[in-house]
Ligand binder design. Sequence first.
Ligand code: HAM
Length: 425
Amino acid sequence: MKTLQAIRGMNDILPVDSALWQYLEKTVADLLGGYGYQQIRLPIVESTELFKRSIGEVTDIVEKEMYTFADRNGDSLTLRPEGTAGCVRAMLEHGLLGGGVSHKVWYTGPMFRHERPQKGRYRQFHQIGVEAFNLAGPDIDAELIILSWRLWQKLGLAEAVTLELNSLGSSADRARYREALVDYLRARFDQLDEDSQRRLESNPLRVLDSKNADTQALLVEAPALADFLSDEAREHFAGLRALLDAAGVPYIINPRLVRGLDYYGLTVFEWVTDKLGAQGTVCAGGRYDILVEQMGGKPAPAVGFAMGMERLLLLIETLGKVPAELARQVDLYLVMLGDAAVSAGFQLAEQLRDALPGVRLVVHCGGGSFKSQFKKADKSGALYALILGEDEAAAQQIGLKPLRDRTEQENIPWQALPGRLKQLL
Ligand code: HAM
């Protein structure tokens, strides 16, 4: 029989890798908690309509990347390609955005996009997303960037990432810009790549994002969005920049940064690295003040970002920033021989768990000789083996054998063991 395999672009996270994932998740969760953000947990499946309406019909995601299927009753459902749409839906559905009350939330979990898999780009990937609602000023934009900057420092990535910043202006600003850009590009239609030709009518701003070299060359002389910004948009952007300058967060302005989702306006930003090859954006987001209203709510300003966990983990590994303490997952390994020893061993182990909260103690299961058990103890990475044979059980003692240095084994009375371990661990 042919063995079954995971779906292309959807990865298993194996036990050897999970400690690093947990480290990243915990670092981010602790940091966000420290800024007063609360977790929101959202469904993985939503109505297809939700993503069409929010991300935009003429985007790569909606046009060609969504995992969409018919539910048994015929409803069209989609595996979420991102978290913002579902987050806004939930905030609206539960009436949390009324009365101008502000909310700061975050979420984590798998997202699904049918992209061509390569290093740093997968069909199931994981994001940690952060969203803030009912806050209109540049102060919250700055906070989101400052907290991500702190995160890069905590993770040891700060040297390897650059913040790119742009303002997309208001909807009206973009409408005026759009006209000028379309006029300019229409006059050069034949020189555009195929995708950009198609986008010219439907979503011309996305042409700015084209990877095609000829199209990029054409864009050098094209009208610039920055020249079409209203006074309010300029002020917002200047306010953000002043706060970032004061906080000492370095950034560059990238006037071509437009983002691949339609809901953005005013601030957009990406944290990029040149250490991962083509998929160098590790974190991206911006302001989406129009989305709540577009999804049927009363207007409520909003801003957020999401980071790609796989890319951050690749970067941590590439830069050699995996914390050394992750290498060891076990403190103690209890080896036991004989029925009386096994029975006493289980009881002792539970007492140790009470006395030393957080201790990582592996109780040997599966029998075997002392020799084979010691091999497993050594392989587990434990600092000490606890040894319980018939003799020790009879004498109510336990052997404590250091596995990482040549110190002598000690024999310790059972009741003295927790105290001794507290000294050692
Ligand atoms: P996005 O730029 O589509 O934005 O994705 C955010 C991040 O998710 C990317 O910068 C990247 O690190 C990661 N990512 C995206 N696609 C993949 C993939 N196929 N494989 C691996 N990683 C990937 C959003 O999703 C917005 N919802 C962000 C946001 C939140 N804006 C406002 N609030």
